[in-house]
Write a new protein. Structure first.
Ligand SMILES: [Zn+2]
Length: 250
């Protein structure tokens, strides 16, 4: 017999903005369940992807995603804490990551480039890669998946992911650095923007033959990508990017 009482579910913090607009301003959502369902499925039926959830409490007790819920219960769903602990086990994510690394979906490709600019290990999907494959790659490589696609984030194999909220790529970068507490780990121009390989400093003499005359003349600090052989130097473009990066770090 299904319970005649509704399940009451209360979303806190920035999870509320993910709910359907007509539910956002309610203090809790009442749901009539025909049969017991996992709390993960219930949360996702209300448009909130499970990787956005930090803690779930039922009648005041923390529970994991597999907990079956029924009518009459009171559920509170809290967002990820800031900074979000991806390197330590939690009740919802008992298998933490072993390092900070990202897979950025094609719908936030510019963010991927900016994360590399800030020095973070970041890959993008191959062209034409399907959602299932993107999710499996993120999990297999131990990467945090960043996307603007909720359905991709709802895939159950994913533990660590974030629905990117900001529209502007620099604001998206600020959003990610804040969420994962990474501002102090920013290491600008330490990674190739093209292929993600860590750069190696070289002297001007080592790359002299490959430089344009003006680059040779005006710049003295160079680095090379051991992955794709691209040469980087600290020019005016570099300065501009550094200023923008510093602006979001304060
Ligand atoms: Zn490279």
């Amino acid at each position: 017999m299904p319970s005649p009482d509704p399940l009451h579910i209360r979303f806190q913090g920035n999870l509320r903005e993910l709910l359907h607009p007509r539910l956002r301003n309610r203090s809790s959502v009442g749901l009539h369940l025909r049969e017991p369902a996992s709390i993960k499925d219930v949360i996702e039926s209300l448009r909130v992807p499970h990787p956005e959830v930090g803690i779930i409490e039922i009648n005041g007790e923390p529970v994991d995603f597999s907990r079956l819920v029924r009518g009459g219960e009171e559920v509170t769903v809290l967002p990820l804490p800031v900074p979000c602990p991806v390197l330590e086990p939690t009740l919802l994510r008992p298998h933490p990551l072993d390092r900070i690394a990202f897979l950025v979906d094609i719908n936030a490709g510019k963010l991927g480039r900016l994360l590399r600019l800030a020095g973070f290990d970041t890959v993008l999907p191959s062209p034409g890669q399907e959602d299932g494959e993107i999710a499996r790659t993120a999990v297999a490589q131990g990467r945090i998946l960043l996307s603007r696609d909720r359905d991709l984030l709802k895939r159950s194999i994913i533990d660590f992911a974030h629905l990117v909220r900001a529209q502007d790529p620099w604001q998206q970068l600020a959003e990610i650095l804040t969420l994962y507490g990474l501002k102090k780990q920013v290491d600008p121009f330490s990674r190739c923007l093209k292929c993600n390989t860590p750069l190696k400093p070289v002297t001007r003499e080592q790359v002299l033959e490959r430089l344009q005359p003006l680059t040779r003349k005006y710049y003295s600090r160079f680095a090379i990508c051991p992955g794709c052989d691209k040469i980087y130097w600290q020019g005016s473009h570099h300065e501009k990017m550094l200023t923008r990066l510093q602006n979001i770090l304060c």
